[in-house]
Design a binder for this molecule. Structure first.
Ligand SMILES: C[S@@+](CC[C@H](N)C(=O)[O-])C[C@H]1O[C@@H](n2cnc3c(N)ncnc32)[C@H](O)[C@@H]1O
Ligand SMILES: [Zn+2]
Length: 274
């Protein structure tokens, strides 16, 4: 199922790694993941989230603040009962590991372009295949996945379409309009309205939105560490002024968590002609 990022040939297991028939070879890291991101596909030396961002997200998520979001995500994934699934932009693996727990018989893959993220993620669920790879060139074969997960991440829609088996789908989880509203009000003079439908315009032909739902709750952030971590794991960590950020970290506050889930199916060939 894994394909060579250089020539797209099939990769098979060799001593401590994988190799393709043309002899391109990729070693397994000490932690257990495979690095399938060739230097020539990197736009920077250390692409993706850096260690500080990954650590902040990890501490915050392990604090359980977003536990209901992960539980619903894993439940929606389990309903689909995929034989093979892939989490694209998995970060440090908090959500991935919970999906894996609900799909014990399935073959699970997860990728991120950040080595710092994957290094930590692979410890959460060693039974999965963890990859440092780019979502723009996913090293898996066409139509190989019944389920793709995309959680708070950017997405290459054409790659997602290529990877999906007909009848399979993409489970996308992202912010809805009121997500972290009180935090944004504290950080900015003018809070921009967030259009949580925008991604739907990007759905390519051959895929269609089959189900959407939202989940919201209030989160009480009493610990200054949790408030600092929440800032550091969102774009607000660098967008807002230092003064406003310090004020947010200084005092406990309650914030709205509001998330939407979309299930976007790949049509069967017969449905496409309808
Ligand atoms: C906001 S984080 C979300 C991580 C995780 N899904 C979560 O919710 O905890 C977005 C992730 O996308 C990754 N990413 C960004 N561009 C990428 C690319 N081109 N290919 C693969 N991953 C990428 C980043 O490294 C980062 O870990
Ligand atoms: Zn090759």
């Amino acid at each position: 199922m894994l394909t060579c990022p250089l020539c797209q040939g099939a990769l098979s297991a060799v001593d401590n790694g994988v190799a393709c028939p043309l002899g391109h070879r990729f070693d397994r890291a000490r932690q257990g993941y495979l690095n399938l991101l060739p230097v020539q596909h990197k736009n920077s030396r250390d692409p993706g989230d850096n260690a500080a961002m990954v650590e902040a997200r990890r501490r915050f998520l392990d604090g359980g603040h977003y536990a209901p979001l992960a539980a619903r995500l894993a439940e929606l994934a389990a309903e689909q009962a995929p034989a093979r699934w892939l989490d694209i932009g998995c970060g440090e693996g908090y959500y991935t590991a919970q999906i894996a727990e609900r799909l014990p018989g399935a073959c699970g893959y997860a990728l991120d372009i950040s080595r710092e993220a994957i290094k930590r993620a692979c410890k959460r669920a060693p039974q999965l295949t963890w990859l440092v790879a780019s979502m723009a060139r996913v090293p898996l074969s066409d139509a190989s996945c019944q389920l793709l997960a995309s959680v708070f991440s950017p997405l290459d829609w054409q790659e997602a379409k290529r990877l999906l088996a007909p009848g399979g789908g993409l489970l996308r989880m992202g912010p809805s309009r009121l997500h972290l509203l009180e935090l944004r009000q504290k950080l900015y003079d003018e809070v921009r309205d967030y259009d949580d439908q925008k991604h739907l315009e990007l759905i390519p032909e051959g895929l269609r939105l089959a189900h959407s739902e939202t989940l919201s709750f209030k989160l009480q952030l009493d610990s200054s560490q949790a408030r600092a971590d929440l800032l550091a794991m969102t774009p607000h960590g660098w967008r807002a002024s230092a003064e406003r950020r310090a004020a947010v970290i200084a005092e406990p506050f309650e914030v709205t968590v509001a998330i939407r889930y979309d299930w976007i199916e790949k049509l069967q060939a017969s449905q496409e002609q309808e």
